[in-house]
Write a protein that binds this ligand. Sequence first.
Ligand code: CP
Ligand code: NVA
Length: 301
Amino acid sequence: MTAPRHFLDFDGIDAATLRETIDRARTLKGRNGAAPLAGRTLAAIFESPSTRTRVSFEVAMGELGGKTITMTAADMQLGRGETIEDTARVLSRYVDAIALRTRTHETLVALAEGASVPVINALSDRSHPCQLVADIMTYEEHRGPIAGRTVAWLGDGNNVAATWVQTAAHCGFSLRLACPAACPPEPAIVAWARERGADVEVGTDVEGAVSGADCVVTDSWVSMHDDAARKGNVSFEPYRVDEAVMAMAAPDAIFMHCLPAKRGCEVTDAVLDGPQSVVLDEAANRVPAQKAILLWCLDGS
Ligand code: CP
Ligand code: NVA
């Protein structure tokens, strides 16, 4: 039996596969009448809330002719102590793929180790690879190839920041992160990217990161799986993306945010709703991005 194709993290997926997935996603917008996943079922499990990921997986499977069973962990025996390994073995007898949103990346890895069907990372405390397929697709729809461009990340060095770091290694753009000293991106992920030749700078200086950047990205200051009390003591205000920050970037820079946004915290209304913002395209592109991921996992192509 061949090993299932898991989509867990970009340190386990090569650059060519990521590039093919992004390019394929661009061909998979909307319905075209084909049903390559007819008869296939995805189990989507959420240990924490989701609007975009949950709905876009259901829509993506539906547009490919398949079905989705969406559950919260609390709906399942998982929520009262059944192990993730037993859950993996049982679900593998029913469904063709499993997507998991989890508080602990180790749970995702354990699910993949126990499953005989592909497992997809629907966000963990470590990373959010589905989001980055949609984000790179969105950047390239608006501005062309991202290779050689400069992206600035402001704010918390969280799971989405870490995935931008991994993506810089695979997609050849420069990434400058300005984060509070207490909240840098995961050092091991930065080291992994640099070992692969990525141009990734990590600091605390907003102007240094944003000056001349082609894309400015941020995310919530307190993530779902964070210790909110610890984060509450960090001064994030200097990292808010407002019009003055956008004015430091390249004149045609775009603004990105995976959403949900805490308006007035990490980004002002004027930027989030302004002409440089592509946040709704990022959200919309989660559907074709996940179609491409599902086809890679299930189709073997
Ligand atoms: N961006 C994203 O993953 O959003 P949800 O938490 O709503 O799924
Ligand atoms: N960093 C955020 C992303 C939400 C999609 C979180 O983990 O809560």
